[in-house]
Design a protein around this ligand. Structure first.
Ligand code: ADP
Length: 330
């Protein structure tokens, strides 16, 4: 990525500049300090010189030579030291720059993938609508019934697009910090069940609840959304006339909400990916049940993470799934 290559180099240059300024200031200080010490030594020697060498200035010239030698050696060592600092500093700075920028590069990469997936999802219903409309327009003998069927089909696609837009909007809103307050899980769960019961009844699915007292650190609105997504999925992916059970309970300092269905279940190879954005397990089979975008669980998981909670899943293909939300007890 060119953008990041330039950024790595710029950041490295800044780090190296800071290191070199410190190193050069330090070297100058060492050089001046040592020179003063040597000067001091020389002055002492010059004072004592005539005592040992009453004959003349030979002593002084030896001391001067030694002093010049020492200064020269010191300068070479300091230059060497700074060269090593520059080399090691540049390598270290580049490594550090890469480490600093990596999370940003990863986030940008994820954003790019997300945009690509989202546009793909948007294009599919649009392409379907376009084809249907074009075929309808070309048909000179289009009857009123056929026109109505076309409009109905288009309306379905428009609904799909509306749902997708809503989910995408929800995804952008969930990444925010939430202030945690005590929430009674049984109350939120009960409200969600009441709201979604008509959906279950339409499929003659019995929704049972075992709500034991459990109060967690959370947020009522976010919890309502999470439990809503889990129950909605349980209804969507269950055949007619099955049973769904919701449980709330507290154990070892945690509060739990369990949503258990006896639906189609999820294959083992799909399980690790069901929380990924836009992932839909075995689309052909799922498609037989409902149309979705693979965004619900991703939203639920982000919301749960905002509440410092987790969602785990236990599922067997053809037998059913149990999703468990866990949060710190209040
Ligand atoms: P969507 O339901 O819109 O496809 P989700 O993110 O909610 O998106 O779910 C991702 C996938 O996980 C679904 O497509 C489905 O294949 C699978 N899944 C989720 N919940 C269940 C469930 N209760 N039973 C079986 N499969 C499920």
């Amino acid at each position: 990525m060119r953008l990041f290559d330039t950024a790595y180099l710029k950041l490295t240059a800044w780090y190296v500049a800071i290191i070199m300024i410190i190193s050069l200031l330090f070297s100058t200080w060492v050089y001046n300090q040592t020179r003063e010490e040597l000067q001091f030594g020389l002055n002492r020697a010059a004072q004592l010189g005539p005592f040992f060498d009453p004959g003349g200035g030979a002593w002084r010239s030896v001391v001067d030579d030694r002093l010049e030698d020492s200064r020269h050696r010191l300068l070479i060592r300091l230059v060497g030291f700074n060269a090593v600092v520059l080399a090691v500093g540049a390598a270290g700075s580049y490594w550090l720059a890469r480490r600093t920028m990596q999370p940003i590069a990863d986030a940008l990469d994820a954003q790019r993938r997300f945009t690509a997936d989202a546009s793909h999802e948007l294009r599919t219903p649009l392409a379907a609508m376009k084809t249907e409309i074009e075929v309808g327009l070309r048909d000179k003998k289009l009857s009123k019934d056929e026109a109505m069927a076309l409009l109905h089909s288009n309306l379905e696609e428009v609904d799909r697009l509306g749902g997708l837009a809503e989910s995408l909007l929800a995804l952008t809103r969930v990444d925010v910090a939430i202030e945690l307050t005590p929430v009674v899980l049984a109350e939120v769960t009960d409200a969600v069940v009441k709201r979604l019961r008509p959906l279950a009844e339409a499929k003659r699915i019995a929704v049972k609840t075992h709500l034991e007292p459990a109060t967690v650190q959370g947020d009522a609105v976010a919890l309502d959304k999470i439990i809503g997504i889990l129950l909605d999925n349980a209804i969507k992916y269950s055949p007619q006339a099955t049973k769904i059970v919701l449980r709330t309970y507290e154990k070892d300092g945690h509060g739990y909400v369990e949503v258990q269905d006896h639906g189609i279940g999820i294959a083992a190879d799909g399980l690790p990916r069901i929380f990924d954005r836009f992932y839909r397990a075995d689309t052909s089979r799922s498609a037989g049940y409902v149309s979705g975008y693979g965004l619900g669980l991703s939203i639920a998981q982000t919301l749960a993470a905002n509440l410092d909670g987790t969602i785990t899943v236990d599922s067997a293909l053809g037998e059913g799934s149990t999703f468990t939300l866990s949060l710190a007890a209040a």
